[in-house]
Each structure stands twice: as structure tokens, then as C-alpha cells.
Design a protein around this ligand. Structure first.
Ligand SMILES: [Zn+2]
Length: 217
């Protein structure tokens, strides 16, 4: 659900960067079972342009504050390039959503979605370089300071890492009305049901309570 009540444009409750990216919408209408191939209709888009993409990236930690400021300056100078990256970001987000929706439904992913993810992943991996810093080996992105598309790299990598990990079995979809957010159930007894108890969980409780009262007369 949305975080607007607290004046925050985005919420990060999924437990995985790629799922938080999928959740950069107010919610999704769940289509009837088996008809989700083209995804649930988006309820209130929150990523409206490259600027919001940068804001999401900064708040999620995908890019640092300094990187975000540099990218914002660059985006102002290269408007059409920024718009192209933004269009790619939305395509990547929806591809990731469709792929995880397929996982949840026990279906194979659509070829086009997998191709979109693989394309962005190849770009991201192609930019990785191994560095030796203060006696430690670390992966770093090459040229991220000047790449408007840098925010997409950690998202693509996060999706690939989650898809190929045992944690995939812990991906859930919030059953909240008009929510449909995805998250990782990291609870020991696999009991997490809602994206956020404070939002969808409480709303469901209030609805159940009202329904009981109505029946009780
Ligand atoms: Zn929810």
C-alpha cells in the first residue's frame, strides 16, 4: 500500500531490492487466476519520470546521495537520454513483476519478460569490475558516475540473485485489497501474510470487524 500518509513517496518493506522496485506503484489489481500474463493493472503509478526513479534509487540505497545528485544534473542536460532510461526502467520493473507473478502461479515466465531482464542484466554485469581496495576484493560498477542507467544495474542483479536462490520460495504477494505488493517472507515459521501489518493487515482487520458488526446487527 502507499506510504503517502506519512508523507513518504515510497516504502521499502519487501526485503529485496528488486521486489521493492516492483512495489514502486500504489498497488496492483489482481487479475483472475491464470490471466495474469500481462500483469495486474497498476493502481497509481509513482514512478512518473527519471526524477522519481532517482528518488526511489536514493531512498532504496541503490545509489548514494552523491551519485543521485550527479545523475540528476546529467539528466537535466541529457533529457532525451534520461527519458529513454526511464522507459527502460519501467519495462524492467514490469518484466520483473511478470516473472515473479509467474513464479507465484507456478508458470513458466514469458520469453519477452525474461529477455528484458537478461538484457539489463548483461549490461549490468558488463560494467562490473573487480577491485582490490584496502586489502579486500570488491565488485564495483565501472563508469557509474556518468551512466544515467546506473540505477537499473543493482535492480537487475537483485532480481537475478533472488530468482536463482533458495529464498525464491519465500516470495509472497500481499492479499490486501488493491495492493498486490510482493515481498519476501523471512519469518521463521513462514507466517508473514501482509506487505505491512500497519497498512494492509490492519485494513483487513477493520474490514473483518465491520463485517462481524454488520452481521451481528
Ligand atoms: Zn499490502
Amino acid at each position: 500500500m502507499t506510504g503517502d500518509a506519512q508523507g513518504k513517496p515510497f516504502k521499502f518493506v519487501a526485503g529485496a531490492l528488486c521486489l521493492d522496485f516492483v512495489n514502486s506503484v500504489g498497488g496492483r489489481l489482481r487479475p483472475p487466476a491464470g490471466r495474469r500474463r500481462n500483469g495486474g493493472a497498476i493502481l497509481r503509478e509513482k514512478l512518473l519520470g527519471y526524477e522519481e526513479l532517482l528518488l526511489w534509487s536514493r531512498l532504496s540505497g541503490a545509489v548514494t546521495e552523491r551519485e543521485a545528485a550527479a545523475l540528476a544534473r546529467m539528466a537535466r542536460q541529457r533529457g532525451s537520454a534520461a527519458r529513454a532510461v526511464f522507459a527502460r526502467a519501467l519495462r524492467l520493473r514490469e518484466a520483473i513483476y511478470h516473472i515473479f507473478a509467474a513464479v507465484l502461479d507456478g508458470r513458466s515466465p514469458q520469453k519477452a519478460d525474461l529477455a528484458t531482464l537478461n538484457r539489463e542484466l548483461a549490461i549490468a554485469r558488463g560494467r562490473e569490475r573487480l577491485h582490490f581496495v584496502e586489502k579486500q576484493w570488491v565488485w564495483r560498477w565501472d563508469g557509474k558516475e556518468t551512466a544515467l542507467e546506473h540505477p537499473l544495474w543493482p535492480v537487475a542483479q537483485s532480481a537475478a540473485a533472488l530468482l536463482a536462490s533458495p529464498a525464491l520460495g519465500r516470495v509472497r504477494e500481499c492479499p490486501g485489497e488493491r495492493c498486490g505488493w510482493l515481498f519476501l517472507d523471512k519469518s521463521k515459521n513462514r507466517s508473514r501474510q501482509w506487505c505491512a501489518m500497519r497498512d494492509c493487515g490492519n485494513l483487513a482487520k477493520v474490514r473483518r470487524f465491520r463485517a462481524r458488526r454488520a452481521v451481528g446487527g
